[in-house]
Write a protein that binds this ligand. Sequence first.
Ligand SMILES: NC(=O)c1ccc[n+]([C@@H]2O[C@H](COP(=O)([O-])OP(=O)(O)OC[C@H]3O[C@@H](n4cnc5c(N)ncnc54)[C@H](OP(=O)(O)O)[C@@H]3O)[C@@H](O)[C@H]2O)c1
Length: 321
Amino acid sequence: MAVLEMRFESLLCPRFFYWLGVTALAWIVLRATWRLLRGAQVFLIGSGLRLGEFGRWAVVTGATDGIGKAYAKELAKRGMDIVLISRSQEKLDQVAEEIREQFKVETKTIAVDFGGGAEIYKVIEAGLAGVEIGVLVNNVGMSYSYPEYFLDVADLDDVIDKMININVMSVCKMTRMVLPAMVKRSKGIILNVSSASALFPAPLLTLYSATKSFVDFFSQGLHIEYQSKGIIVQSVLPFFVATKLSKIRKATLDIPSPETYVKAALNTVGLQMQTNGYLPHAIMGWIMTSLLPVSMIMNQTKKVNQGVRARYMKKLKEKGD
Ligand SMILES: NC(=O)c1ccc[n+]([C@@H]2O[C@H](COP(=O)([O-])OP(=O)(O)OC[C@H]3O[C@@H](n4cnc5c(N)ncnc54)[C@H](OP(=O)(O)O)[C@@H]3O)[C@@H](O)[C@H]2O)c1
């Protein structure tokens, strides 16, 4: 008993707390240095991966605008032939011509609406027959027209069907279609565009945020399942990018143009299974996931989205008057 008491007392002596403090501080400094060096490698040096070596063609969904178009152009710039998939044949033809002229690569187009049912995948499968796919970018996505309480979303049943078909079903079905040939060749890259709103539930964008969280989990799980077979699956979680979907026109440092964003994101392929893709977004992601309490982020997101909703309603009312 006396021996036990002595050991307990010695644990409480100032020397013990001194060394506990020193060890904790050293751990924090080491961890921060490691993350900083890793961040520098990811965002300043990049992976240097030659994407063209994974196969001749890249397939991009939602390829005629915003982030998808930027992926299509950046992959073409790196020498890949491109299959563009979106709804409007006219826009597909325009972008395909732009890419052919600018980068001297081949293009194919497939016009489908991912909001539709499973039958569209037969059309896509026929369009991709005989195509050696090195990179698949599952980019197509839809969000709410403005932040709203779940039950007050206009045409809610339709929005549920479409959002799950476009944001979730497309990722699973396209992966199902393309992965077997990649596994057979022991190489391939699948880039799934999720969203920073997958990091935490986003009140008033709840369904969108939940579908993007699916994409994130699906991608990370798949990466671990198939990395030993030569396949890279990356979950890409952007914060705001200046596109039609975000309704932001002017690019800034923290809201990059799709071109700036994608150029940075492609350099992280092979280095990060889950990435915010662009240095300022990675810093924002790090602050949110490492420093702030979840409840605070969710309440703050709710407040911000309530503000956006209020402004949208006001504008709508003014238009009506
Ligand atoms: N922009 C952001 O701030 C942001 C942030 C986080 C995550 N994301 C994600 O990034 C991805 C791309 O977003 P974005 O901002 O680049 O969007 P965007 O500028 O609106 O472009 C969307 C693209 O998808 C196509 N598309 C839309 N609905 C389609 C459908 N039902 N079937 C087939 N194609 C369809 C559009 O072409 P057509 O209209 O001709 O079909 C267009 O090419 C989405 O998954 C989004 O959730 C964006």
